[in-house]
Design a protein around this ligand. Structure first.
Ligand code: ADP
Ligand code: MG
Length: 610
């Protein structure tokens, strides 16, 4: 019998490995940018076409490669960064597994031009499907110019699996932003479909933060700077009124590497806890430096997770540093909480807070803008009944037409359709949450919030730009988003117009809001749009709704009356009638049961008569 085990050909092994390292265009962007940083680049230019599906190109002015290295770099485990196992523990460079270029070359058409400073000519190399197609000398400036064309051209399953252009572009922008934030001394340019998105000169961190997250933050950034022997933290946090409904602008870097850490995010949020609303996310760009021996950054290149040797100390330290920064700007009272003995000696805790300094900061423009604007943030009036009432006009509560039968059934005894003659006009509200409506043989128990959600949802679905009434804002408002959010927002614009928003793009990641749907409380508009965006980012709602329906659902959820709202008899009648005019009065768009029906048998059962 012949042997059945054989070694995988290299190009197949590479393709498999590529699946781990290169999941989407953004992963390739990250690898190329990190390589350029490791090569000592002082500027780099990223060029994207069709969200990276057509082209990802990075041009750097780094140290370049020799002709032999240019060929070697596409081999698996080819790296110039590790020679011995000990190197692993000293590593300060971005990449060291020698997998990225091999993986990319396995799943794309790659063209590399590279030249070292002392070389007369450059090397040109074309690799496709792990095969070198061409190697020759050429003219090129010092540095490396690498193009990835038609990513996953030979792995259709992966190519088809890519998300919409705007989603993939958002991931690219995320990677670009993280790296550009970590290296303000390097100049970065990003061109997308022939348009410059960023052109960031080298400079200080603050400049870089503003360049990436928006100039509107100019007077809103509070510096954080607490160096200690054990761990240091520096960077910027946003004034409370920059806290957003979306998690977008939260960046933690440990030893200059972007990481995700719910734990550290929590430390920051806690420090803000009495300053911002519960569901708001403070803005921060923070760099924690700590002896690499005390952290375990997961070495897998695509993971961004971290473990600290002593998490609790780092947590308390971050918390104290943020508290201190906020109090220095008189945004929060000075240190007012107890700390572990181990860190009470840190400067964040011990630094005296002189009266001089306090007066100084109080005169500060920053301080004044915080205290004024910060307040407005908390002043939110609770809903007014008139608004939702005006949403639907009905003649009489009992006018509701009989409902068409539906395939779904309510679990209680009788099934729909409900006949209008079944109802008596007896309405009762219990717990400021449920309506009890008596029927001929029993009663209905209706969740007021869910009912309103369904009503609004169907109303939005029926509306079109021409039927929607907009209210003009007296003072148009500027909405500023991060570049990534702005792409997403642009995608939502047509739908927003349709339901009554009047919004126009206004250059770099800014939009002008000129009008609102008639039923949106002015003053709430920014918050409601931010919430909307946040819910869109959570792509996994698990519901089979299309984009527009998700928008309607989000709006309906945002605007529905809540539990805890007492309703007058007329309001209950209106709500009830409007619910039964809905196409689907039984379930919310999210699939929750809106009401339960109790018939004679149920009542008997409840009282255990049968
Ligand atoms: P790693 O970065 O983990 O070493 P890569 O596959 O990303 O592995 O790169 C392989 C090698 O190619 C690097 O170690 C480096 O020597 C070389 N290289 C890659 N990109 C560049 C670049 N932009 N400039 C100079 N050398 C580069
Ligand atoms: Mg690399």
């Amino acid at each position: 019998m012949s042997e059945i085990i054989s070694l995988l050909p290299d190009h197949i092994a590479n393709q498999i490995a590529a699946g781990e390292v290169i999941q989407r265009p953004a992963s390739a962007v990250k690898e190329l940018m990190e390589n350029a940083i490791d090569a000592g680049a002082t500027r780099m230019h990223l060029i994207i076409r069709d969200a990276g599906k057509e082209l990802i190109q990075l041009i750097d002015d780094g140290k370049g490669m020799s002709p032999l290295d240019a060929r070697m770099c596409f081999e698996r485990h080819a790296t110039s960064k590790i020679n011995t196992i000990e190197d692993l523990f000293r590593i300060r460079t971005m990449g060291f597994r020698g997998e990225a270029l091999a993986s990319i070359a396995a799943v794309a058409q790659v063209e590399l031009k590279t030249r070292r400073p002392d070389d007369e000519v450059a090397t040109l190399l074309v690799v496709e499907n792990s095969q070198v197609r061409k190697q020759e000398i050429c003219q090129a400036p010092v540095g490396t110019n690498l193009s990835i064309k038609n990513l996953f051209f030979n792995v259709p399953a992966r190519r088809n699996f890519l998300k919409s252009a705007s989603t993939e572009m958002r991931h690219i922008l995320d990677e670009f932003t993280r790296i550009a934030l970590a290296f303000p001394e390097i100049a970065f340019r990003l061109t997308n479909n022939q348009t410059d998105v960023f052109n960031l000169e080298s400079g200080k961190l603050k400049q870089r933060v503003l360049g990436l997250l928006g100039q509107q933050l100019n007077t809103k950034l509070v510096p954080v700077d607490e160096p200690t022997d054990l761990v240091s933290i520096r960077g910027f946090i946003g004034a409370p009124d920059t806290a957003a409904r979306t998690r977008g602008n939260q960046f933690f870097f440990v030893n200059n590497r972007f990481i995700r850490s719910h734990y550290l995010n929590h430390a920051v949020s806690q420090a803000y806890s009495d300053l911002i609303e519960k569901d708001a996310f403070p803005l921060f760009v923070l760099f924690v430096d700590i002896d690499p021996a005390r952290v375990d950054i997961n070495v897998h290149p695509t993971k961004q997770e971290i473990k600290f040797e002593d998490e609790r100390i780092v947590y308390s330290f971050v918390h104290a540093a943020i508290r201190h920064a906020l109090s220095k700007y008189s945004i929060a009272p000075s240190i007012d909480f107890s700390l572990d003995a181990g860190i009470t000696s840190l400067p964040a805790v011990t630094q005296p807070f002189t009266t001089n300094k306090q007066t100084e900061t109080k005169e500060d423009y920053l301080f004044q803008s915080f205290t004024e604007k910060g307040k407005a943030h908390f002043l939110e009036k609770s809903g007014d009944t008139r608004e939702w009432k005006s949403l639907y006009k009905i003649q009489s509560a009992l006018e509701a037409p009989p409902h068409e039968s539906s395939s779904e059934s309510v679990s209680s005894a009788e099934t729909l359709p409900l006949q209008q003659e079944e109802f008596k006009s007896t309405f009762l509200q219990i717990n400021q949450a449920y309506l009890v409506v008596s029927t001929r043989y029993g009663f209905l128990l209706i969740d007021q919030q869910l009912a309103h959600q369904r009503i609004l949802f169907e109303q939005f679905r029926k509306s079109t730009a021409s039927t929607q009434v907009s209210q003009q804002l007296l003072v148009p408002q500027t909405l500023g988003f991060s570049p990534a959010d702005s792409i997403l927002f642009t995608e939502l614009l047509p739908d927003l117009l349709e339901i009554g928003y009047v919004i126009e793009p206004f250059g770099q990641d800014t939009f002008i809001l000129q009008g609102l749907p008639a039923d949106v409380k002015p003053g709430d508009e920014k918050r409601s749009l931010e919430k909307l965006l946040e819910s869109f980012k959570q792509e996994s709602t698990g519901l089979k709704l299309d984009r527009r329906e998700r928008l309607y659902l989000t709006l309906a959820t945002q605007r529905s009356i809540t539990h805890g709202k007492s309703l007058g008899i007329e309001e209950m009648q209106e709500l009830f009638a409007a619910l039964f005019r809905c196409e689907q009065p039984m379930f919310t768009p999210g699939g929750k049961k809106i009401f339960a029906k109790f018939g004679a048998q149920d009542l008997e059962k409840l009282l255990q008569h049968s």
